[in-house]
Ligand binder design. Structure first.
Ligand code: SF4
Ligand code: SF4
Length: 175
C-alpha cells in the first residue's frame, strides 16, 4: 500500500511515495498497464456520464492516482470506481489510447479479488452464474426483438460457461 505523504525537510511541501507494488499488481491485469501512457489531458472527462452524478468521480483523476500508485485511495470500501458505467466514451476520446475504462475494470477486478463489491454487483454475479447472462432474459425481450425482425436470443451454453468460471471443477470431478 502507498505510504502517506510526508513533510519535506523544509516542512513546506508534501512528498508522496509511489507504491510500485500496487502498480505492478494492476499491470498484471488485462490492460491494467495502460495508465502509464496517460498525459493528463482530461479529454476523457468531458463525455463521462459518471462525472455528472454529483460525486467526485473523474477518470483523469483516477489515472493520476494510478500513476502515483495511490492504491489505498482506490481500493477501499465504497470505492468511487463502481460509479463508472462502462460506457466506453473515455476510450473513444483518449488520444493516447489509454482505455481508461479498461484500467478501471482492472481496478474493479482487484477490488473483487479482495472480496469488495457492492450488493448490486453481487446480484449480477449471481444472475450470471445461474443463467449465463448478466440480466435475466424475459419474454418481453424476445417480443421486442421480434418487433425489430430479430431472432430470439439463443440458449446460453451453461456447461461451457461453468468450465470457464471454475476451470478446475472438471479435474476435481475426475479425481
Ligand atoms: S467508461 Fe466509465 S470512466 Fe469512461 S466515460 Fe464511461 S463512465 Fe466515464
Ligand atoms: S484522455 Fe487519456 S491521456 Fe487524457 S487524461 Fe484521459 S486517460 Fe489520460
Amino acid at each position: 500500500m502507498p505510504q502517506k505523504p510526508k513533510d519535506s525537510p523544509s516542512g513546506k511541501n508534501k512528498v508522496a511515495r509511489i507504491d510500485f507494488r500496487f502498480r505492478r499488481e494492476l499491470a498484471e491485469k488485462i490492460e491494467g498497464d495502460l495508465a502509464s501512457f496517460c498525459y493528463q489531458c482530461g479529454a476523457c472527462v468531458g463525455d463521462c456520464p459518471a462525472t455528472t452524478y454529483g460525486s467526485d468521480f473523474n477518470p483523469r483523476d483516477i489515472m493520476l492516482k494510478v500513476l502515483y500508485g495511490l492504491g489505498d485511495e482506490l481500493l477501499g470500501e465504497n470505492s468511487i470506481l463502481w460509479e463508472c458505467t462502462n460506457c466506453y466514451n473515455c476510450h473513444e476520446r483518449c488520444p493516447q489510447d489509454v482505455k481508461p475504462v479498461e484500467v478501471i475494470i482492472s481496478l474493479k477486478n482487484m477490488l473483487a479479488d479482495l472480496g469488495i463489491y457492492p450488493p448490486a454487483v453481487e446480484k449480477v454475479i449471481q444472475t450470471f452464474e445461474k443463467t449465463g447472462r448478466t440480466v435475466p432474459l424475459s419474454d418481453a425481450v424476445n417480443r421486442q426483438r421480434e418487433k425489430f425482425g430479430l431472432p430470439p436470443l439463443p440458449e446460453v451454453p451453461m456447461e461451457e460457461i461453468q468450465k470457464l468460471i471454475e476451470p478446475d471443477s472438471e479435474e476435481g470431478e475426475k479425481d
